[in-house]
Write a protein that binds this ligand. Structure first.
Ligand SMILES: CC(C)(COP(=O)(O)OP(=O)(O)OC[C@H]1O[C@@H](n2cnc3c(N)ncnc32)[C@H](O)[C@@H]1OP(=O)(O)O)[C@@H](O)C(=O)NCCC(=O)NCCS
Length: 332
């Protein structure tokens, strides 16, 4: 990053998860699975599920309101709102526009970013560029997904993995040591087929057949996704560290996307850091898609695991395939 530009600094952080808990014991009653299989193969014990009367924008608004409050920024001061999601309220307009209305972000530009589980990295990287160039001084970045709306609760391959949630940060310029030090984004479109929602878009609009054949639910090649994820997360971690001018020995804490504890462990081993340096909450929330990195970041700050000056490495991976990393120095 060009040194004479300001850094983008996280000045507020907020999260939201629904109250309803779906445990492995609940899933045992829905599909042919066991708590033991899910725990050993994924590390997930329970996940949160959105009530019928809530949607992605509602969770986004809850998380964003907390982030704005913590930053001491009024909704009318926000100049840009970005929502990372693949489960927007509508195909169009963007969920960012829905959030804009609900929060009264009267002066903001608004758009969505659809990078699935690496959406938080993509949105935070995008927001960072606007802040660094001076185009905007107050940017709201949200990762929110009601992924349960796309999960087939008859498919044991996917339904054990996912949960709902939202996280949000406020970005502002800063000229000190703290802030975002590097952003790395990468994708491989040849991997579209490994993890996707076949129907519901323009390629296969919803029909009675598509619904009967359950084509509007997530389809995933778990083994292929697993293999690519560990490799891509390692690359993202190493590149974000290198671009920040740091070594892996400089990493104080890594906040990975929470997809599978075994993916995290494999990546951590390849990066050459210890699991003690990694924030893990997958046991309680499962894979919350674009919300996961912000949820783990917030938890690490709340519990005092992250302190001012710490070098924090965010790493994501998701459908597309997409992956990326952000190195930051925590604090205002
Ligand atoms: C999905 C995933 C947990 C499956 O674990 P795995 O160890 O790879 O398991 P496999 O797919 O090799 O399946 C092993 C067996 O378990 C079975 N199985 C799959 N899901 C099961 C479940 N919920 N309960 C019990 N058995 C299950 C499979 O049918 C298979 O049975 P078979 O050997 O008789 O065919 C794992 O591949 C994974 O996490 N992949 C990455 C997914 C991901 O992260 N997606 C989001 C990316 S952001």
């Amino acid at each position: 990053m060009t040194p004479d530009m300001p850094k983008a600094v996280i000045t507020g952080l907020g999260t939201y998860v629904p109250d309803r808990v779906l445990t492995n014991a609940d899933l045992e009653k829905m599909v042919d699975t066991t708590d033991e299989w899910i725990m050993t193969r994924t590390g997930i014990r329970e996940r949160r599920i959105l009530p019928d009367d809530m949607t992605t924008s509602d969770m986004a608004v809850e998380a964003a309101a907390k982030a704005l409050d913590q930053a001491g920024v009024k909704p009318s001061e926000i100049e840009l709102v970005l929502v990372a999601t693949v489960t927007g309220d509508y195909v169009f307009p963007s969920t960012a526009c829905v959030v804009q209305e609900k929060l009264g972000l009267s002066q903001a530009g608004a758009f969505d970013i659809g990078s699935s589980c690496s959406g938080f990295i993509a949105a935070l990287s995008t927001g960072t560029q606007f802040v660094r160039t001076g185009a905007f001084k107050k940017v709201l970045v949200i990762g929110a997904d009601a992924i349960s709306r796309l999960v087939d609760y008859q498919d044991r391959n996917t339904c054990v993995i996912f949960g709902d949630g939202a996280s949000a940060v406020v970005l502002e310029p800063g000229t000190g040591e703290n802030g975002i030090l590097s952003c790395y984004i990468k994708s491989d479109g040849t991997g579209c087929k490994h993890l996707f929602q076949p129907a519901g878009g323009a390629k296969q609009p919803p029909t009675i057949d598509s619904v009967t054949q359950r084509q509007h639910f997530i389809k995933m090649d778990g083994r292929e996704t697993f293999k690519k994820a560990a490799k891509a997360m390692t690359q993202a971690a190493l590149e974000a560290t290198r671009l920040a001018g740091l070594e892996t020995s400089d990493i104080d804490i890594m906040i990975p996307h929470q997809a599978n504890i075994r993916i995290i462990q494999a990546a951590v081993q390849r990066i050459g850091i210890s699991m003690d340096q990694v924030s893990v909450n997958i046991d309680r929330y499962g894979n919350t898609v674009a919300a996961s990195i912000g949820l783990a970041l917030d938890e690490s700050v709340q519990t005092g695991r992250i302190e001012a000056g710490d070098r924090v490495l965010l790493v994501g991976f998701g459908a597309g395939l997409t992956w990326g990393g952000i190195m930051l120095r925590w604090g205002i």
